[in-house]
Ligand binder design. Sequence first.
Ligand SMILES: Cc1cc2nc3c(=O)[nH]c(=O)nc-3n(C[C@H](O)[C@H](O)[C@H](O)COP(=O)(O)O)c2cc1C
Length: 318
Amino acid sequence: MDFYFAPMEGVTDAIFRRVHHRNFGGVRKYFMPFISPSHSLTFSKRERFDMSPEQNAGVPVVPQILANNAGYFRATAKMLRDMGYAEVNLNLGCPSGTVTAKGKGSGLLRAPDQLKALLDAVYADPVLPVSIKTRIGYDDVAEWPALLALYSQYPVSELIVHPRTRQEFYNGAPHRECCGRIGKPFVYNGDLFAAEDIKTLGSLFPLASGVMLGRGLVANPALARQSAGGGRLTPDQLRRFHDDLYTEYLRFWPESAVVGRMHLIMKYLCSCFENSEKALRMLRKVKSVADYDRAIRFLFNECAFLPDPVFQLSILLS
Ligand SMILES: Cc1cc2nc3c(=O)[nH]c(=O)nc-3n(C[C@H](O)[C@H](O)[C@H](O)COP(=O)(O)O)c2cc1C
């Protein structure tokens, strides 16, 4: 079974992917958070940094495109091919209101004619292999069989399924049973937070060729390696990973941006510690690098490490 790192805008940027890749094995592909092309193919500073070949050197990265316009999609795929990328992913899952209002991401799932026209054009003469990351419907899981039938008409290089509807965002349990209908190899994504659960999923769906891990892998950066039969996370590895990440952000970003981003990542990584509430309170009040260093010293020195960390949504929302 292959392990993929899910794209997470605002978390798994080029720096994070690179540092994760050199500290932990086990991930076959890192999916880039979406880039959203416009007619002039001008990209934001964030997007240009994230897709630049220098920032991704040596990391197996798949860029993701969010588009409902086949011309923009093809032009972006060509540009990415010329940069050296070997595959692109089409985002049909993003549930954000600003995205779906424009008929992009999971917004396309409620416009079957438009979706078909896009797929016809994208797969007519693909510039690169195109994989799809999709939800199972917009309003209702009953939309899934028709979507699946549509996807089966195209040479989709890999179908990555997050079995929730758009309306469900990330709430409630994923409709895992919908994956039983797929009938060919697919990649499962959604709420896999513990190595045991990943093993169970493999036996539940023999056609799952891989799993894509998001929040669970940020919270326990050794989860893919461990699920593949490798070692569990150790406190020393976590400390090295943290320090490497922090140093890399400080190389590229202003200090205020670094402490903001590290605070967000630490909200995931606090799942690795017992009784991290005080450290989280300290992190919330951080205004400078010195404050941040103090909070991190407290967390690593005073809070007991949990040997089998599992993503805690309650910590993230706290
Ligand atoms: C903060 C955040 C940002 C995300 N950004 C993207 C994105 O850019 N592209 C995408 O396809 N999915 C994105 N997702 C969805 C994840 O890739 C993944 O499908 C979702 O987190 C469910 O997987 P998990 O339960 O393993 O976390 C994002 C999710 C989160 C929480």
